[in-house]
Design a protein around this ligand. Structure first.
Ligand code: FES
Length: 276
C-alpha cells in the first residue's frame, strides 16, 4: 500500500452519522440542479436548430445561443466563422450540430472546477456523502492517480474559458444593434439584449473567481502586501473567489435560460420585446 492509498478506519457504516441537521438536503439539491442542467443542455445541444434568432431580418436584433457560440459551422444567416452546413470531416454516423464542436470547452471547464468537483463528488458519487457521515469506501486515493488526476487540466481550460467570455460579450454587444424600418442600423435594447448581456456578465463573474486564475494573478506568491494593479487585481479575484459557489449556480442557470429564451424567439413561440 502506498502513502497515497492509506486505508481509513471504518468508524461508521455507509450513511451512519450523529449529525442531527438535514445534511442530505444540500447534496440532494445539487444532484437535482446538475441533473436538470445536464438533461436540458444535452437536449439543446443535439437540437441543431433554433439556436439563432435572426432578428435583423425582421426589424429586431440577432441573438445567438451561448450553447452554440462561437458558431464555427452552421446556418449561413447566422454568419458562421468557418463554413456553412456540416464540416466535411464530420462522421456520417453522428448527427451534426454546431454545439458539439465547442461545448467540450466550457463543459470541461465546469466539470473540472474546484467548486463543482466538491459538489458532485458528494451528490453523485457520495465520496464523501457529507462531513461526519459514513462513506461507501475503504481507501482514499484523492486526485493523485488516473482518472481523477486529469482534473488538474482545469488550469488550462481556464484560458479557453476566458476567450469564451470575450466571444459571448461580443455576441451580447451585437444584440444591441437593431434594424430600423428604413434598413439602417441603430442602437436598441430588447429583452434578449439584456438576457445575453447578463449571461456574459454572470459567466465573467464565475470565471474571474476561479481558483486557478487567483493563483495566476497573485496567489502563487505572498501577495498579502501587494500593491498597485497586481494587488488590486488579486483582491478583486479573491473577492469573487469568496462567492464562487454563488456565481457558479447563477451563471449555470442563466446560460441555460439564455439558450431557452433565444430558442423560444427563434421558434416563434414568443416575440422579443424591444424596450428602446
Ligand atoms: S475553480 Fe471554479 S472555475 Fe476554476
Amino acid at each position: 500500500m502506498t502513502a497515497s492509498e492509506l486505508a481509513l478506519p471504518q468508524q461508521r457504516k455507509f450513511g451512519a452519522t450523529e449529525r442531527r441537521d438535514n445534511w442530505w438536503f444540500k447534496p440532494l439539491l445539487v444532484f437535482l440542479g446538475f441533473s436538470a442542467f445536464i438533461v436540458y443542455s444535452t437536449w439543446a445541444a443535439f437540437q441543431g436548430v433554433n439556436y439563432f434568432y435572426g432578428g435583423l431580418e425582421q426589424g429586431g436584433a440577432d441573438y445567438l445561443s451561448p450553447f452554440y457560440s462561437p458558431l464555427l459551422w452552421g446556418e449561413a444567416r447566422a454568419h458562421p466563422w468557418i463554413g456553412v452546413g456540416t464540416p466535411s470531416f464530420w462522421p456520417d454516423f453522428l448527427p451534426f450540430t454546431p454545439a458539439l464542436l465547442i461545448l467540450w470547452a466550457p463543459g470541461g471547464f465546469r466539470f473540472t472546477c474546484y467548486y463543482y468537483r466538491g459538489a458532485y463528488y458528494k451528490s453523485f458519487w457520495m465520496d464523501p456523502v457529507n462531513c461526519g457521515v459514513g462513506e461507501p469506501r475503504k481507501g482514499y486515493r484523492g486526485e493523485q492517480k488516473l482518472p481523477l488526476i486529469l482534473q488538474n487540466i482545469h488550469r488550462y481550460f481556464l484560458y479557453l474559458a476566458l476567450a469564451f467570455i470575450g466571444i459571448l460579450l461580443f455576441d451580447a454587444i451585437k444584440g444591441f444593434i437593431f434594424m430600423n424600418q428604413d434598413g439602417t442600423h441603430s442602437f436598441g435594447i430588447g429583452v434578449g439584449s439584456i438576457v445575453m448581456l447578463l449571461n456574459a456578465f454572470f459567466l465573467a463573474m464565475y470565471t474571474c473567481g476561479c481558483h486557478s486564475l487567483r493563483h495566476i494573478i497573485g496567489g502563487r506568491k505572498d501577495c498579502g502586501s501587494c500593491s498597485g494593479p497586481c494587488g488590486s487585481a488579486y483582491k478583486a479575484v479573491s473577492c469573487l473567489n469568496g462567492k464562487h459557489m454563488m456565481w457558479a449556480w447563477i451563471s449555470l442557470f442563466w446560460v441555460g435560460f439564455t439558450d431557452f429564451y433565444i430558442r423560444m424567439c427563434a421558434s416563434g413561440v414568443i416575440t422579443d420585446w424591444r424596450i428602446i
